[in-house]
Every structure is written in C-alpha cells, then in structure tokens.
Design a protein around this ligand. Structure first.
Ligand code: ASP
Length: 585
C-alpha cells in the first residue's frame, strides 16, 4: 500500500497514529540535527519531521539528500506540532518519520511550485504538468469539475440525455473557418471538425430524443484574439416542442442552480432586454449591468449650436463617470488618448466637468453655455462631482467606442466586482447582420435560426429589421450562452439558404441531410449553448479562461508543451494525398 492517508487529511485527532504518506517534496529546511519537509499531493500538504534523536541514521541521511519535487513515501507517527500553523488545515500536526523511500527523483523544476511562483507564463505553459501541481491551478481544474458535475446532475434531473455527436463531420457554419482533417481513404476529401454540434442536435430532435445536452469540444479556426482558444468546450443543449419562453426558463434555472451551488449566490428572476434596448442603453449586446453609467443620448440637446463636430454626427452620446471631476487635466488627456487608440478608434472626446458648486466646465465652452451643459448632465444622469464623457459620429461606431470606455472606466473604478453576479437575457436579436467585406447579409446567429412569427415577409423589403427568435444569456458583461428557436420547415429553411446566398446545389451539397430530415416529421425545436470555459472562469471569479483549461493553447494558437501544430513527414503527406508548398514571404 502506497499510503494510508492523503496529505490534506491528518488532524490533531490522528495524533499517535502510525501512518504512511506519499507525495512530492515541496520544501526542505535542514538544520542538520533536524530536517523538515513539506510533502504535497492534490489534497494538501503535510509537514514531515526527521529528528536525529528519534529518526534512524540512514533515514536521516537519505532525508538530507532529498531535492525539490522528489516523489517519496514515508511512514511514521502523527505528533503534535510545537509551533502550529493556523493557515494550514494540517497545521496542528506533523509526521515524525521512521521510514523513507524515494519512489522517483526529479530534476530541479524550472520554476518554484508554490502558490506564488517565479515562473513566467511561457515557462509555466511549457511545463504545464508542473504548473498543475500548483494549488491555484489545481484548484481551478477541480472547480471546473464541480461545475460540469453540477451541470450534468441538474440537466439529468430535468430529463436531458447526454448524447455524443461525431467530431469528424462536414462543415457547420457558426461564422468561423473550419479546421479540416484530410481523409487517407478518400483522396482529396476532408472532414471538418465541428464548430458546434448544431446540425446533429437538430437531427437528434428529429430522432425524438426530446431533451439533449452534451459537454462537448468545438473547433473554430478564427483569427486569434487574446484569451480565445481554437478548441473550446460548450454545454450544448436542444429541446423539442418548446417555445423561446420554455428555453429561457429552463436555462435560467440551470444558471441559478450553478450560482447557488458554486457561489452560494441567490439571484432573482433574470431581467430581459431586447437587443435594441441593450444597444441603446449600453451600446453593447452583452451589457454589464452591475453598475450604471448608462448612455445619455445628446443629439437633441447638443445639436443646436455651431459645434460642427456634433452637428454633422449621426449620434452624440455621453456617459457620466461617477466622481470623475477629480481627474486632473493630465488624466483626462490620457483618457482622450485611450479612446483614440486604434483598438477603440474614436477621433476625439468632448468632456464636461460637473463642479461641486453646481457649475459646469466643458472642453467646448465656446459653443455651449451653463444651461446647455445642465441639460447634458440631466440626460446622462451626471451629478456634482462627476465627469461627462461625450463621443460622436456614426451610431454603430460611437456605441462600440463609448461602450469600451464605459467598461474600462468601470474596471478602473472597481465597479466590476468579481463576486457580484448580474445575469440577464438579451432577446429579439436581428436575424441578419450586414457584412462590410462581402457586402451582403449574413445570419447573425446561424442559418437555422427562425425569424419571429410573421416576419419572413420583411426579409424582402427590410432585411435588416427582421428579428429572430434568438437570445443570449449575459453574465457580468460576457455572453455566456446563446441560442435560438430553429426553423423546422423544409421550405422555410430552403428560402433562408437561398436568401443567404447559397445556390440550391450548394445548400443541397452542404445541408441536404438536414433538409431531407425535415421532411420526416421534424418537431418544433430550439436550444442554446453555453461557453463552458468562460462560464467556469466567471463563476470562479476570474476572466482568463486559460487558467481553467488543463492544457490550453497560447495566444498564437500553439500548444508550447507538445509543440503543436508541427510538420508531418513526407510519407504521411503522401498517404494523405497532400502536397505542401510553403512560399517564403
Ligand atoms: N450552435 C450555437 C452556437 O454554437 C448555439 C445554439 O444555437 O444552440 O453558438
């Protein structure tokens, strides 16, 4: 037997027991006549003591040769510690060691394996298996396990069945590029890895599974952004014989359950906001509603003077920054530089200080008097001591820019509290979205999403106005889930493909199987998918998803530990009927 107890288990009640422990040596303090070793495993840490007077000489010698991260097994007696450590669950006791066996030696690790490590991100990723020995990383993985268990238990109790769908498939459009896998047996043909199990879960509804879920890997070959993984995990769900209301209620229930189980937080009914309202009030379809700073629309009160920048703008929008009148001129200039960075892209920013004596001082005093500025304050909800920040221009652009500023300022002001949770549903998304590059409309969610009843006609005349039966679940400024009620009628689906620019042949080649299935009694159905990685990170009070993935890829999409992607040899390429030519740029 390797061990009688784990390293997180022993307490004062075990004093005088003979025990055997195994684990890794984290730290050794050697005073010559006495040696202390911290022994670690997944469950915790236990202090070992080797004492010249009570430990056999050969064991003493071996103990003094232990290096960091050696794997050892010890037997001895649980004794009371002289100086107790109240910060450690096992801090009342230590093990007086009688026997010691080195099970495996270790090279000196490239960084210290402690809660606070001296290892940089790259090094820790290269030696991720060592990083996982660290408590903060290990705890995150255990937390993720708890979340997935809670999801499985809740959904199973609601009669959902977890069904696996294939990874080697044909393209499912979710708006990204596919990762493809060449087929050795079919020269020149490729599988695509699923961007999501979308079509399969719909086929499961045609198959009568009624309520499906799956915790599933999805693959999207997108341009990499910070904290985006090319492979990620969804909690993917679908239900038959449901309307939007049923889906919202079911998954509000799941989310509430998770918040209660994992964070001990009770939240009331989730607010619902239409997409249009979210854009109007927050300039964003995933608003963080933990704090105010809502958009104040200033066109009416700012477009009557000679200030051409505002007069020629489609929208003039401001936000009130609480306490912002404290900012020095220099700080405000920095803020202006911040909104002018290419990532934000504003041309400039107008501001107005709300002084404590009730007067105003703006950067455009030449054009606006106190009475005008008082109206700005009224519209943005600014109080004495606040700062009003105003952007103007193209509505869509101003919304995005001012929303970025709102989030940045809230972060700086400490208004985005990680242990406060404010979920909401955003509903009534547009069905279509204009794509500048291809100069045509694309499905905003995906092409299987149904328009709101009676809106199919609008498609011809006002395509941008058609609303979909589509919804997102938003938590603390993050989209954590999204879904829709699907089209289940072959004719409507065919019309939709046609509208989205698929020729009949293309639609048949790509989605013939789905259209065929729709001819055999497809029930009305709909669903949702949650991004598990992000959900776990937010519930865990953090926003970096990499910290909650055992073996993540870096920002360039590489696994630096196994060094992938990598070349394959000629023979393998030949077998796959591939020829690779890399042009030197
Ligand atoms: N397949 C969709 C997605 O990955 C989710 C859904 O519509 O259920 O976003």
């Amino acid at each position: 037997m390797y061990r009688t107890h784990s390293n997180g288990e022993l307490r004062a009640t075990h004093i005088n027991e003979e025990v055997t422990l195994a684990g890794w040596t984290q730290k050794t303090r050697n005073k010559g006549f006495m040696i202390w070793v911290d022994l670690r495993d997944r469950h915790g840490m236990t202090q070992l003591i080797f004492d010249e007077e009570r430990t056999p000489k050969d064991v003493m010698d071996l103990a003094s040769s232990l290096g960091r991260e050696f794997v050892i097994q010890v037997s001895g007696t649980v004794i009371e510690r002289e100086s107790k450590n109240p910060n450690m669950p096992t801090g009342d006791i230590e093990i007086l060691v009688k026997e010691l066996k080195v099970l495996n030696e270790s090279l000196t690790p490239p960084f210290t394996i402690e809660d606070d490590t001296d290892g940089g991100e790259d090094l820790r990723m290269k030696y991720r298996y060592l990083d996982i020995r660290r408590k903060p990383v290990r705890d995150n993985l255990i937390f993720r396990h708890k979340v997935t268990m809670a999801v499985r238990n809740y959904l199973s109790a609601q009669e959902f069945v977890e069904v696996e769908t294939p990874y080697l498939i044909k393209s499912t459009p979710e708006g990204a590029r596919d990762f493809v896998v060449p087929s050795r047996m079919n020269a020149g043909q490729f599988y695509a890895l699923p961007q999501s199990p979308q079509t399969f879960k719909q086929l499961l509804m045609v198959g009568g599974m009624d309520k499906y879920f799956q915790i599933v890997k999805c693959f999207r070959d997108e341009d990499l952004r910070a904290d985006r993984q090319p492979e990620f995990t969804q909690i993917d769900c679908e239900m038959a014989f449901v309307e939007q209301e049923d889906i919202l209620n079911t998954f509000e229930g799941l989310t509430r359950h998770l918040l209660k189980e994992l964070n001990n937080v009770e939240v009331g009914e989730f607010p619902r906001m239409t997409y249009d309202e979210a854009m109007h009030r927050f300039g964003n379809d995933k608003p963080d509603i933990r704090f105010g700073m809502e958009f104040g629309h200033l066109n009416k009160v700012a477009q009557h003077k000679d200030f051409n920048v505002f007069n020629s703008a489609e929208s003039v929008i401001g936000i009130a920054v609480p306490g912002g009148n404290n900012y020095s001129r220099k700080e405000i200039d920095k803020l202006i530089d911040w909104v002018k960075r290419p990532q934000v892209g504003a041309l400039g920013m107008v501001y107005c200080r709300c002084n404590d004596d009730g007067t105003y001082k703006s950067s455009v005093d030449k054009f606006y008097d106190q009475e005008d500025l008082a109206k700005w304050a009224e519209v943005t909800g600014a109080k004495a001591g606040d700062l009003i920040c105003v952007l103007s221009g193209d509505t869509r652009k101003v919304q995005a820019q001012l929303s970025a500023l709102r989030m940045e300022l809230a972060e700086r002001l400490g208004l985005r509290k990680p242990n406060e949770f404010a979920p909401l549903w955003v509903i009534d998304f547009p069905l279509l979205e204009w794509d500048e590059e291809t100069e045509r409309y694309h499905a905003m969610h995906h092409p299987f999403t149904s328009p709101k009843p009676g809106q199919m006609e609008l498609l011809k005349t006002h395509p941008g106005d058609v609303k979909a039966n589509a919804y997102d679940l938003v938590l603390n400024g993050n989209e954590i889930g999204g879904g829709s009620i699907r089209i289940h009628d072959k004719e409507i689906q065919a019309k939709m493909f046609d509208y989205l620019g698929f020729s009949e042949e293309e639609a048949k080649a790509q989605f013939g199987f789905l259209m065929d299935a729709f001819q055999y009694g497809a029930p009305p159905h709909g669903g949702i998918a949650f991004g598990l990685d992000r959900l776990v990170a937010i519930l865990g009070g953090q926003e970096t998803i990499r910290d909650f993935i055992a073996f993540p890829k870096n920002n360039a999409g590489r696994d630096v530990m196994i060094d992938a992607p990598a070349n394959i040899d000629e023979a393998q390429l030949d077998e796959l009927h591939l020829k690779v030519e890399i042009s030197e740029e």
